[in-house]
Design a binder for this molecule. Structure first.
Ligand code: NAP
Length: 184
């Protein structure tokens, strides 16, 4: 199986994704979208992102990348590199049983990379799809998403999302696919 690597991120107009170990906005709409995009899939994250979430995300295989070989949390798989994370996620996908109610359905092949800045920077060149919530404001922060290179990435859909009651800012949700001439 060739895995389909997806990046899921929320990024401000000036490229910020985080501040002081947390997200510098409150976006209930985006949390719901994040859940819908990642549920049932292996999720790959850096140790600092895991610490900011604080617990394993339910109904997803949680894979955390760290250099600390003593690091251990219940319900989480620890690995030492992005390559090892992707290998483990792929093995998990390949071991999945077909749905008994729909045995001919295609087997899931998606792996979600969910941050943070260090892990996005290492994974973007391996990714096939970017699910990007553009946070429509300039935000102060200390952690950034790499520039989305228009020579590599083509926006295939977008949706303007009005600010919900529990959102601190308006967003625009966009999906980018790797252009065919840059296929991995
Ligand atoms: N806006 C969004 O969509 C979004 C999503 C996720 C996170 N965030 C934000 O991003 C920030 C966290 O991002 P971050 O860049 O500081 O940290 P991070 O990427 O989440 O994690 C960094 C850690 O991952 C491990 N690591 C990184 N590269 C490695 C490698 N090649 N081999 C082994 N281990 C490696 C190291 O862990 P050890 O130090 O344990 O060795 C490193 O300290 C937070 O503010 C968070 O809220 C935002």
């Amino acid at each position: 199986m060739e895995p389909h690597i997806e990046i899921v991120v929320a990024v401000s107009q000036n490229g910020v994704i985080g501040r002081e170990g947390d997200m510098p906005w409150r976006l209930s709409t985006d949390l719901k979208r994040f859940k819908a995009l990642t549920i049932g899939k292996p999720v790959v994250m850096g140790r600092k992102t895991f610490e900011s979430i604080g617990k394993a995300l339910p109904n997803r295989l949680n894979i955390v990348i760290t250099r600390d070989t003593d690091w251990q949390v219940d319900g989480v798989m620890r690995v030492g590199s992005i390559g090892a994370a992707l290998d483990l996620a792929l093995a998990h996908l390949e071991s999945a049983e077909p749905d008994p109610d729909d045995p001919d359905a295609p087997m899931p092949d998606e792996i979600c990379v969910i941050g943070g800045g260090q892990i996005y920077a290492q994974a973007i060149d391996m990714a096939h799809t970017l699910y990007v919530t553009h946070v429509l404001a300039e935000i102060d922060g200390d952690t950034y998403f790499p520039e989305i290179d228009k020579d590599v990435w083509q926006e295939v859909s977008h949706e303007n999302v009005p600010k919900g009651e529990k959102d601190s800012v308006e967003t625009r949700f966009a999906i980018y696919e790797r252009k065919s001439e840059t296929q991995l």
